[in-house]
Design a protein around this ligand. Sequence first.
Ligand SMILES: [Ca+2]
Ligand SMILES: [Ca+2]
Ligand SMILES: [Ca+2]
Length: 488
Amino acid sequence: MRSWRKVVLVAALLTAAGSAYWRLAIPKHRVAVESELVMLGDLDGDRRWSAADLRRLDDLTAEPHAAPGPLAWRLDLNRNGLVDEEDRSILAALVAAGGDPYSAEEAARAAGQAFPRPRELYRYVSLAEYLPRPGWALPYPGARDSVLAWLADWPVPTGPATYGQGLEAAIYDEAVRFDAAWRRRAPGLLPVERTYAERKLARVEALWRSGDRFELLLALTELVEDAETLTVRDQPEWPLTLLTFRDHLRDLLASSLMSEFAAGRRDWPAVLAAVSGHLQADLGLGYDFETLGPPRNLTNLENYLQRSEWQYYKSTAREADFRALIAWAQHDPRYLRAVSRTSRRRQDPGVENHNLPMVLLFREALRLEGGDKKRAVGLLDETIRIPYGWIKSIPREALPGSLALDNFLLPGNMEDGADKSRHWNVFGGICLYKSPQEALDLALKRELQDLRNDGYSVEGMREFFRDTIANLNGMYHVMAVNPELARR
Ligand SMILES: [Ca+2]
Ligand SMILES: [Ca+2]
Ligand SMILES: [Ca+2]
């Protein structure tokens, strides 16, 4: 018996020593760094530079954004964040030198030109790293007869040296992306979609005239997202009429009725009667807010969802997807621009700043979840609830005032916490689990209850409108996104 024990003990010691040796003595077992060596400019993946790569690049010019992100990243040979003329000429020189980077460099040097050293044409990419897609900065043939008439005269970007040039390069990239998407979608648009798009196009035109570059970029981004992801085809009438109702809420917020109410000359039933009027006219729903009861359970939104299914999708969100979504929100140039549109306190009554970043976040979540909307809502809900604890390194007072302080990654204004983002997503989710009608009913009852608790104050009334606007935006969007379109 004793000798049997000895054998077990010796075996255990040997195993421990062996695994310690395996872990400590072999460096690659100590650090888990997974990376890949990428050959810039090798677009067809045959590990050499040839005429086929150049042809591949030229084929892309008609619809540059159809190229997947990693391919676009390999096109940026001079690493300036743009796919530009210099990238093309470096690739052309490599091809002309028969794919030999040394002779290409010698030839360039003989002609007095700077040229990457051969090793600079290879990049290590850690698999955990987020690679922002470079902007398109080559001539675009569609610019000549674009629906964006000004695109023909917009300069092809030469480099993002200053903030202003970076913005102009981003506008060019977004405009090219929209034009290509518009050519694809325009023939099949429903009349109601076309009317909506034309309104947005008119706004882009006005922003281009006024010279407000930042707003122009975001308006274009919004159009790109609409064109690439949304359709109301084969859907109930509902989604677009929700937006009509939302726009009426915005009008009401800015109306004389609302200022009379703020001045104490009109009472709250008058304001809510106007809301009821729009509900009836836009959606055909009869709501009497004076007699409307509270929702069944105020404290927990999840009680309205098929709880186990909701929880299932939330808790099975994979850690890798979390990390990917957060890395994206921290680094994606389009998201960072969109989320940076904020206002001074109370300068965004219509919650105009909130929607586009949510649209982009939802699309990325949807992409990570393979087009499954319920999974995307679950992943986003979990991510939104990661609190502001992350941004400890900069004291709260030193942070810009106009953002959702609960979480630096989320959109919103100084007065809006992460709550608006969560509502956007959850009410969108309720449309999937239940129906848009039930989601709207619940949204109205919840916000009315908040207003009641607030004693029908002016502030409470504003929040009733603003929260409802965020809820409607989420509902419309989650329903109207078509995963097949968004997958492109
Ligand atoms: Ca190649
Ligand atoms: Ca470049
Ligand atoms: Ca509320």
